[in-house]
Design a protein around this ligand. Structure first.
Ligand SMILES: NC(=O)c1ccc[n+]([C@@H]2O[C@H](COP(=O)([O-])OP(=O)(O)OC[C@H]3O[C@@H](n4cnc5c(N)ncnc54)[C@H](O)[C@@H]3O)[C@@H](O)[C@H]2O)c1
Length: 393
């Protein structure tokens, strides 16, 4: 029988050493749930590959979970398993732990990284697609479990479309050319990935469609915007509980990259015209939204429940101007190193999120706090002299 929503649940966070996964694991543990993190820490090794210098040095997985336990008395378990390379280990870990919910965040998540070389393309497709399929097989082996994947709003592409990006499904009217006349159908919104990373998320979505339909698995796919912010109520409890902040040009998302430049007194480098529009959402709201998804699983036999998770859409110019307004930084435009439409408008449905009671903060209202937090992090780090933007050089 299904556990009551407020009862203690067993939760697996795949990718629980990452930017979102770690505070998600802390949040679930703080709520009293039993948490197992599965992560092989490959993201930490990528910092070495890229000679990237994340803003905070992270404690080892053991240091972090020990710190949490000493502060709260709560245990977070940890398993070092490669989700893409070790399907047997993954399945055994899930069968032993018997989770009610699996959050799948264990993927290569940078679009620029996926485009660096042919090897990075191969690695991104291989790791993300094999990983997701292994996760589906492992979750399928459980009697009942809700799989929640964090995908990207970017699967819809960034060309301007004269309609709102729906929560996954589009109603189309098809002229059959026969006696049936015009019929209506709901299909998955066509994909238009702009990077290999986004392409891997489209392939994930097709895998979810297959397993939800043929195996009656309960699957939620969050189509998420660019995430900003680095603190949650749990990470604020101790510096040893901090999550990572990436500010380099490969893994740093545009908000953290611009805030970091402003905090260091550097010009804000806007790629191209700055007329590219993206969806944004704060870290605290991402974690709250994932809890809302846990509480609202799709019924068994239902198609993948797809939900856009975005607080607002902004052009990069709007974002840069709001950072400049609180920091006094100068804005400079540089050649766009990315292959993407020069300009786009973007309207995103938030009907599915509204229906769950998702009320996210807007970055534009919180930019001053975010700038202060970044300036403090930069001050603590004393990393003057390390450029975060190879394209600006
Ligand atoms: N950060 C954002 O702005 C953003 C926006 C939209 C969607 N997302 C999605 O959310 C998810 C989490 O993003 P994040 O920013 O926390 O990324 P992250 O890189 O900080 O975390 C991912 C974690 O997964 C682990 N991992 C990756 N591949 C693995 C594997 N094969 N086996 C075991 N562990 C593995 C990494 O070590 C890392 O700790 C990703 O799937 C990403 O695509 C993130």
């Amino acid at each position: 029988m299904r556990r009551a929503l407020d009862a203690v649940r067993k939760v697996v966070v795949l990718g629980g050493d990452g930017y979102i996964g770690w505070p998600l694991a802390l949040d679930q543990s703080a709520k009293g749930h039993e948490v197992l993190i599965i992560d092989n820490c490959c993201r930490r090794r990528t910092d070495e590959e890229l000679s990237a210098n994340p803003l905070r040095q992270l404690g080892s997985p053991t240091d972090r979970t020990n710190r949490w336990q000493s502060l709260t008395g709560k245990t977070i378990e940890w398993a070092d398993i490669d989700v893409a390379d070790d399907p047997v280990g993954l399945r055994a870990a899930l069968l032993e732990f018997r989770p009610d919910v699996v959050f799948h965040l264990a993927e290569q998540r940078s679009a620029p990284y996926s485009m660096l070389t042919e090897n990075h393309r191969l690695e991104t497709i291989s790791r993300n697609t094999r990983g997701t399929h292994n996760v589906l097989l492992a979750v399928r082996a459980l009697a009942k479990c809700h799989l929640i994947h964090v995908g990207s709003l970017g699967v819809y592409g960034y060309s301007t479309k004269p309609w709102e990006m729906p929560d996954g499904y589009l109603t189309v009217h098809i002229d059959t050319g026969g006696t049936a006349g015009t019929v209506s159908a709901e299909i998955m919104h066509p994909f238009e990935p702009v990077s290999i990373y986004h392409l891997s998320k489209c392939l994930d979505a097709q895998l979810f469609e297959y397993y939800a339909r043929t195996e009656r698995m309960q699957i939620t796919d969050i189509h998420q915007g660019v995430v900003w912010g680095s603190e949650t109520p749990e990470t604020r409890r101790h510096p040893g509980l901090a999550t990572r902040i990436d500010v380099d040009d490969v893994y740093g998302t545009v908000v953290n990259r611009l805030l970091h430049q402003a905090a260091r007194g550097e010009p804000l480098t806007v790629y191209g015209t700055g007329e590219q529009t993206r969806g944004f959402v704060g870290l605290v709201d991402v974690i709250h939204g994932l809890e809302l998804s846990v509480r609202n699983p799709p019924p068994v036999g239902h198609r993948t429940r797809i939900r856009n998770q975005v607080a607002e859409t902004l052009s990069i110019n709007e974002l840069a101007h709001s950072v400049a307004a609180v920091s006094g930084a100068r804005i400079t435009h540089i050649d766009n190193p990315r292959s993407e439409p020069v300009q786009n408008t973007l309207a995103v449905s938030h009907h599915a999120s509204d229906a769950l009671g998702f009320e996210p903060s807007r970055l534009t209202e919180r930019i001053s706090e975010e700038f202060t937090a970044m300036a403090e992090a930069v001050r603590d780090k004393h990393q003057e002299g390390v450029s975060n933007d190879r394209y600006a050089r």
